[in-house]
Write a protein that binds this ligand. Structure first.
Ligand SMILES: C[S@@+](CC[C@H](N)C(=O)[O-])C[C@H]1O[C@@H](n2cnc3c(N)ncnc32)[C@H](O)[C@@H]1O
Ligand SMILES: [Zn+2]
Length: 366
C-alpha cells in the first residue's frame, strides 16, 4: 500500500503483515519518526557540522528516506534482502540518494562512523549497543520495544538484557526509561563515552531516547555518578532514591514499616534537556502527520520535573480511599503548599513533585 509520511511517499506492506515474512512497517510509530526528524533538525541547527545518518535497521527505509528528504547524507542498513529492495525502491520513488547496505549492522558499525545513528530494532537494543558506541560520533537515537522486561513485568528477562534489577511499580514506563538509560550509560562507560539524554519519552509500547555522546574518562565517570537505586514500598507508595553503585536499602519502609523493594542501578539524572526540547518543538512542521501530538508531548516533556519518580493521582487516591479530585485542583494544592510540581508525559493522571508521599497526602487533603 502507499503511504505518505512527512514529506515522502512510500510503498509499505499492508498493516498487520509485518509480523510474518513481510518487511516490517508500523504506522503507529509515526510519532516516533516525526520526533526523530524534529530532533535531528534541532541537533543540526546546534551542531551544523553533522551530516551523516545511519538508519541502522531500515526495514521499509522510512527513517532513511525521511532523513534524506531533510538533507542528510543517509546510509540505510538491514540484514533482510527484501527490506533492502523495498528501501531502495522507496528512495528511488522520492528521487533521493542513499547508500543502501545489506549487512549485519553490528559489523557495519565496527567498520564505519556516522554522525547520527538510529537503532530501531525488534525488542531490546542492547545487542547493538556496543557497536553503536563504536560507530556513532555525535547523536545516538535508540528505541526499545521490550517494555515488559524493561519495567520489571518480565523480571528475569529484564535482568538478563539490562544487567540491572527492574521493579514492576506503578511508574512502570519511567522504570523502563531509567533501566534503559542505565544500561546504555554503563555500556558507553566501557569506552570512556558519556551518553547525555537530550530527549527521552515512553509509551506503553516503547521507550525512545536521543543521546548526545561526550568522550573522555572524566565525563564517563560523571555519567556513572548519575546511576543509583530506587527504594520502593508497594504498600504506601513511598519511594526514595540513592545515588551511587553500592545499595544501602532501608530494612523496611520508613513510612509504614512494610517491606522495601530495590531497583537498580538505574539512571537517576535528567532524562531530557528542557532547552533542547524547546528547540525540537520549534522544528516540528505542518507536514508531519502527528504534529499536534508531537507538540503536546514536547511541551509536557519540557516542563516535566527531572526528579525520579512520578506518581499516579488515581493510584494514590485509591490507596487513601479518597475520590480523585480534578488534576488541576490537586496539583494547585501541592504547589500552594510550597512543593515543586509538574504533570508528566506518562499519563493524564501522573505528576512529579518534590513532596514525599506523606506531604502529598497532607497537602491535598479535603
Ligand atoms: C522494527 S524493524 C525496523 C523498523 C523501521 N526502522 C521503521 O521505522 O519502520 C527492525 C528491522 O531490523 C532488521 N534487523 C534485525 N537484525 C538486524 C541486524 N543485525 N542488522 C541489521 N538489521 C537487522 C530486521 O530485518 C527489521 O527489518
Ligand atoms: Zn510504606
Amino acid at each position: 500500500m502507499n503511504v505518505r509520511e512527512g514529506a515522502v511517499d512510500l510503498v509499505v506492506p499492508e498493516q498487520g503483515e509485518g509480523a510474518g515474512d513481510e518487511v516490517f512497517f508500523n504506522p503507529v510509530q509515526e510519532l516516533n519518526r516525526d520526533l526523530t526528524v524534529a530532533v535531528m533538525r534541532a541537533y543540526r541547527d546546534r551542531e551544523p557540522r553533522v551530516e551523516t545518518y545511519l538508519d541502522a535497521m531500515t526495514a521499509s527505509g522510512v527513517r532513511g528516506v525521511r532523513a534524506a528528504a531533510d538533507g542528510w547524507d543517509v546510509t540505510c542498513c538491514d540484514v533482510d534482502a527484501d527490506a533492502i529492495d523495498l528501501c531502495q525502491e522507496n528512495l528511488t520513488r522520492n528521487d533521493l540518494d542513499g547508500d543502501v547496505r545489506q549487512r549485519d549492522v553490528n559489523a557495519l558499525l565496527h567498520d564505519d562512523y556516522f554522525d547520527v545513528v538510529d537503532l530501531d530494532p525488534f525488542g531490546t537494543p542492547i545487542p547493538f549497543a556496543d557497536a553503536a558506541f563504536q560507530g556513532t560520533r555525535n547523536l545516538l537515537c535508540v528505541t526499545a520495544t521490550d517494555t515488559a522486561p524493561l519495567c520489571g513485568a518480565h523480571f528475569e528477562s529484564g535482568v538478563r538484557s539490562y544487567s540491572t534489577i527492574p521493579r514492576n511499580t506503578e511508574y512502570h514506563a519511567e522504570m523502563g526509561v531509567r533501566v534503559l538509560l542505565s544500561a546504555l550509560i554503563r555500556t558507553g562507560a566501557r569506552y570512556d563515552i558519556a551518553p547525555r539524554p537530550l530527549v527521552t519519552h515512553a509509551t506503553n509500547h516503547y521507550v525512545r531516547t536521543y543521546l548526545e555522546l561526550d568522550r573522555g574518562a572524566t565525563v564517563a565517570n560523571k555519567a556513572v555518578d548519575e546511576l543509583g537505586y530506587i527504594y520502593h514500598c508497594e504498600h504506601c507508595l513511598y519511594r526514595e532514591n540513592e545515588a551511587g553503585l553500592i545499595a544501602d536499602a532501608p530494612s523496611s519502609c520508613p513510612n509504614c514499616d512494610h517491606g522495601i523493594e530495590t531497583a537498580g542501578p538505574v539512571f537517576l539524572g535528567s532524562t531530557c534537556n528542557p532547552e533542547f526540547v524547546s528547540t525540537v518543538a520549534d522544528s516540528v512542521t505542518e507536514e508531519m502527520g502527528t504534529a499536534d501530538k508531537a507538540t503536546d508531548l514536547l511541551e509536557t516533556l519540557g516542563a516535566e520535573l527531572s526528579v525520579p519518580t512520578h506518581y499516579d493521582q488515581h493510584r494514590l487516591c485509591k490507596r487513601w480511599t479518597r475520590s480523585a479530585p480534578a488534576m488541576d485542583d490537586f496539583l494547585d494544592k501541592l504547589s500552594e503548599a510550597g512543593h515543586d510540581v509538574s504533570r508528566t508525559h506518562y499519563g493524564g493522571t501522573t505528576f512529579k513533585t518534590t513532596a514525599t508521599v506523606d506531604e502529598i497526602r497532607a497537602a491535598t487533603a479535603e
